[in-house]
Design a protein around this ligand. Sequence first.
Ligand SMILES: *Cc1c(COP(=O)(O)O)cnc(C)c1O
Length: 443
Amino acid sequence: MTDAAVSPPVRRLSDWDAAKLESLASEYGTPLYVLDLERVRENYRRVDAAFPDADILYAVKANALGAVLTALHDEGAGLECASAGEARRALEAGASGTHVHYTAVNPPARDLDWIVEAWSDQPGLTVTAGSEDTISRLADRGYDGRLCLRVNPGIGAGHHEKVQTGAAAKFGVPAERAIEILEDATGRGFDVVGIHAHVGSGVSRDQLEAHREFVARMGDLARDVSDAVGTLEFVDVGGGFGVPYREDEEPLDLESVADATRAALGEVDARLTIEPGRYFVADAGVLLTEVNTVKQARETTVTGVDAGMTTLLRPAMYDAYHPIRNLQADAGTVANGDGAADLDSSDVRSIDGSGRETIPQTVAGPICESGDLFCSDRDLPASERGDVLAIGNAGAYGYEMASHYNSRPRPASVVVDGDAVRLSRRRETVDDITRLEREDRTK
Ligand SMILES: *Cc1c(COP(=O)(O)O)cnc(C)c1O
């Protein structure tokens, strides 16, 4: 792991090989998710090098593709699962129960049924409960295995309020009730192994102070729990390691996050556990989408593409910024579409290397929603029909949040691993969507 431990802290969209991405788009069609597995491994190894003394779990919900789970598990990561479905995929990817943590958030009965069944084969599995009800429902099903308690430390960090889960009452039990709940669980025969909190996504340079404060509270709680209830195996401080979405944003300094985490935690007789998701996969993925319509609107140029909020939801849901690159313009070639939009000369800012003007563009998807935009008025090389745009940092929470809204089949996923390329998940068809219907549709 020596070489890879010094891999670059971020892979920018501009670092991807335009010709290679273009050839993937023409071979597999668009929209297309491309994921570079070697980059996923590099990201893992850097975290592992910064946190040599911690147990590292991958938060599967960031990207649950089997190839990703297998690659990270082979690197040594455990898998943190938000549902029975994710736990099943983790086990199918080759993880044994000891490497699977299931984090129950208001778990549906069928999730608990499945997990308790899986536990009977895999007694090393860990369940993280965030409410007393969940503990009782586990007990009702005969579960008395490894139990971790998710606490709500009452402090949040994150890039958007929808992911600031520490402050949100939905997640975890109030930290001040942890001891009483764990004493009770111990009395009921559970094997209490850890405490957990995840205060949201977006640990960044300017939020290190909040991270420190949160981890310090977890350290205090761990010491109190050890005294009152017994030794813990681990203290899990969650994930949320930020990645730079904007081109000019600095990458996270993992060493300083690690130092801050260790210092804030203090002496605890338990292992530190972290569970990043986004950090491992975000910059390992791009979304390729083809320009199908270029239109001069009243105030902007609208570049219509074949991917939308059903393919990559983050811009519409979180106002998230994703870098966008025109592969043909970068390669200096002209697509086989038939011409750029009429340009208003006042919009022309500059001419790029390919001879294309840079103009402000609103990149819009095919969904009948005004929020279905990847960017508004962003300066990009003038788009032409048939161009392929690459949308960067799409490896995390991209495909996972894709939907069938507007009866749009979900895209294909291609995995690149060194020189090897494989179709990892085929493109859906409309038949994949309608085949669940039970009415006679032939009438
Ligand atoms: C989503 C989630 C994570 C990972 O968050 P990232 O921002 O992707 O690192 C970790 N733990 C839990 C419990 C989560 O819900």
